[in-house]
Design a protein around this ligand. Structure first.
Ligand code: 13P
Ligand code: SF4
Length: 302
């Protein structure tokens, strides 16, 4: 039996659902029950009726699954798979920021720790950030953390001023305008899409800046035949499967998120065999961190 088949058989036996982010290894995506962006994965985790969720993505995503589905056993196969950007907003510094701005609405990108979420008013993902910002009363000043690039891109798109935490995604921050200009020169008929975690100077050159699910939809639905892709390379697997007629040009060099790539098939099998490592979050922290995520899901569904 292949590793894939052993995982599927054991998942069935355990009553487990396997969720994977669009940036994970192709073989991890292929073994999963559901692959998506962070918003879709949150909704999927919330609605999951399975007693066990195997979460293939970075830690904050597995934490969100546990917060939204506290009755389930959530397995995160490689505990060291974290998001460096989430770790750029430590809880004690966020508490100070909050205390210094008592009248602001504190908006957190879901790429943040549970301890950080427990202190904020509302969350957003890259898929709904503009919608959430527009739902905040215009007279309310906004603090946004931890991604200064997403924050600046949302400000440009909505015209809404926000104070930004100085965090960034090391993977997307590496993409430079010169790389886009070179790709556009090499492929003059292609559209260029990227993730809004990219620098504002890169987003300014894009035909669209979208969440990972949004980029997939764009590639499937665009009437352009060629698309230049400016995001983590894991997305190309689904794009090639779901839009085989499109010519995709990865930006060169296309960045990798080393943390998203930490989870391998062997880790998923071991997690299901040993039913560990589990994600554990104290109930009081879970209850507080759940509020801004639920608020996001409510506003996002409107
Ligand atoms: P998405 O919500 O677009 O999937 O992005 C998550 C992420 O970590 C991108 O770097
Ligand atoms: Fe975090 Fe960037 Fe990796 Fe996304 S791609 S998980 S933001 S480090």
């Amino acid at each position: 039996m292949t590793l894939h088949d052993r995982i599927r058989a054991l998942a069935r036996e355990r009553g487990a659902v396997i969720l994977a982010h669009n940036y994970t290894h192709p073989e991890v995506q292929d073994v999963a029950d559901f692959v998506g962006d962070s918003l879709q994965l949150s909704v999927e985790a919330k609605n999951a009726s399975a007693p066990v969720i195997v979460f293939c993505g970075v830690r904050f995503m597995a934490e969100t699954a546990k917060i939204l589905s506290p009755g389930a056993t959530v397995l995160h196969p490689v505990v060291s798979a974290g998001c460096p950007m989430a770790d750029m907003a430590p809880a004690d510094k966020v508490a100070q920021w909050r205390a210094d701005h008592p009248n602001h609405v504190l908006l957190a990108y879901v790429n943040s720790t549970a301890q950080c979420k427990a202190q904020v008013d509302v969350c957003c993902t890259s898929a709904n950030a503009e919608k959430i910002v527009k739902a905040i009363p215009p007279e309310k000043p906004i603090l946004f953390l931890p991604d200064r690039n997403l924050g600046a891109n949302v400000m440009a798109a909505t015209g809404r001023k926000m104070d930004l935490w100085p965090g960034f995604c090391p993977t997307h921050n590496r993409i430079e305008p010169a790389m886009v200009q070179a790709a556009r020169a090499a492929h003059p008929d292609a559209r260029f899409i990227c993730h809004p975690e990219c620098l504002p100077s890169v987003v300014a050159l894009a035909d669209a800046a979208l969440s990972t699910a949004g980029m997939l939809r764009y590639v499937r639905e665009t009437d352009a035949r060629e698309v230049i892709v400016g995001t983590e390379n894991g997305i190309l697997h689904r794009m090639r499967k779901e839009a085989p007629d499109k010519i995709l040009h990865p930006l060169s060099p296309l960045p990798t998120c080393p943390n998203m790539k930490k989870i391998e098939l062997e880790d998923i099998l071991r997690a299901l065999e040993t039913m560990s490592p589990t994600v554990e979050i104290p109930e009081s922290l879970r209850d507080r961190a759940r509020l801004p995520i639920e608020r996001m899901l409510e506003l996002s569904a409107k």
